[in-house]
Structures are given as C-alpha cells and as structure tokens.
Design a binder for this molecule. Structure first.
Ligand SMILES: N[C@@H](CCC(=O)N[C@@H](CS)C(=O)NCC(=O)O)C(=O)O
Length: 215
C-alpha cells in the first residue's frame, strides 16, 4: 500500500486527517505511534524531528508529508475522490484555508492548552495561560455563531478541509468549554459534524482511548 499514516486515534490533529481519508475512502495503512514509548518516539522523530502527529508517508512517491493541513492538501491533489476537500476556485480555496487556519489556531490550540494544563504537575500549571485560552475560545465561538447560521458546512453546501479541521477542534473544545445554549448555532454545526459518517467513524475508533482524556 502506498500511504501510511503515523497517528494516534485520540490525537485531535490526527482525527482531522482521518476525516479527510474516510471522506474519500482513501486506502492507507494506519501506524499507531505511542509517543510515551522511547523506541516508538525515536522511530517517529527520525521521520519528522518536530515529533508532532500526524505524518503521512507516501512510499510510491517517496515523500514524507507532515502537518495536518498539508497532508489534506496532498490527499486532495494526489488522491482525489467524491469529496474534493479544496474548492477548485482559487478565491474559495483561500477562504477554505482561512477557515482551516481559524479552527487550528483559534479553537484547536486553545483547547489543547486547557487540556495539556490538566495533565501537568500542579507546580507547572499555567492558570493565566488557561484563562487566555478560554477567552480565545469564547471569541472563536461567537465568530462561528455569526458565520454559520445559514450554512451546513464551513464553506456552505460542500464539505471541505475546513470541516475536517472544525470537527475534532469543536468536539474537544465543547468538552473543555461547553457550547451550551449560548452557542446553539455552533452546537448545531458540531452535531452535524458528529453525524457525518467520516467523523462518526473517527470518533468510534477513538472510543477505546477516551479514558485517557483528562476530565
Ligand atoms: N500543526 C500540527 C500540530 C500537530 C499536533 O499538535 N499534534 C499533537 C497531537 S494532536 C502531537 O503530536 N502532540 C505530541 C507532542 O506535542 O509531543 C498539525 O497540524 O499537524
């Protein structure tokens, strides 16, 4: 098989790429990376010294592709399917990339800040940083509420890269700072994402690992 995905089923940026792969039934070999295991970590950082998942390896093309957005762009270009993931129109493609950046930088990263603080030793916690992250999430929720009311997906009727980014970002953000009734439009978008077969499958496969998610 040409494609191998180095990933962990519970890692939110990996989920983003799984959604893209499942959207188009793209064949790949899953390679689960346990970064807590020294040997597995060494093998993974030999591939991508930054040490962050996911990484895609295309053996046929002899290419190593890191970074979730770049992986999805690669899939859209080299392994296209029924869901185009990036619009052909250049302006719409730019707007899609902006929304992808928005969900990665202003939803996913602040969510990770809150989660990672929970698993630190008490003396290394960063309450000020967590407060800033929660304020960032509030701003992002309000922006999504404004952006989404008349749309099914982030770019309208078509499911794209932006929705791949939004799905795990909003799913875990809702766990650390619930959307509730105050953000009903964003909550409804999250419900649509969770019902989308590609993301439903991704969540199903992560179920055995959910006990690792810090409450
Ligand atoms: N910008 C990267 C972020 C990847 C990332 O943060 N991955 C997390 C898992 S969701 C990771 O590998 N964390 C392990 C670590 O930081 O040691 C992307 O979009 O792929």
């Amino acid at each position: 098989m040409s494609l191998t995905l180095y990933y962990h089923p519970l890692a939110s940026f990996c989920m983003k790429v799984l959604v893209a792969l499942y959207e188009n039934d793209t064949a790949f070999e899953p390679h689960l990376v346990d970064l807590g295991d020294a040997t597995a970590r060494a093998a993974f950082t030999a591939l991508w010294p930054i040490g962050k998942m996911p990484v895609l390896r295309d053996e046929t093309a002899d290419r190593t592709i890191p970074e979730s957005t770049i992986i999805i762009e690669y899939l859209a270009q080299h392994f296209p399917g029924r869901t185009p993931l990036l619009p052909a129109d250049a302006d719409r493609a730019r707007q899609t990339r902006l929304r992808d950046r928005f969900y990665d930088l202003y939803v996913q990263l602040p969510m990770q800040k809150v989660v990672s603080d929970r698993i630190r030793p008490a003396e290394q916690r960063d309450p000020y940083g967590v407060e800033q992250a929660k304020t960032q999430l509030q701003t992002a929720y309000a922006m999504i509420d404004q952006d989404m009311p008349s749309k099914t997906w982030a770019m309208g009727d078509a499911f794209t890269l932006a929705d791949c980014a939004a799905a795990p970002a909003l799913y875990f953000a809702d766990k650390v700072m619930p959307l509730g009734d105050a953000h009903a439009t964003t909550a409804a978008y999250l419900a649509r994402l969770m019902a989308r077969p590609s993301f439903a499958r991704t969540l199903e496969e992560a179920q055995p690992y959910f006990a690792l998610f810090p409450k």
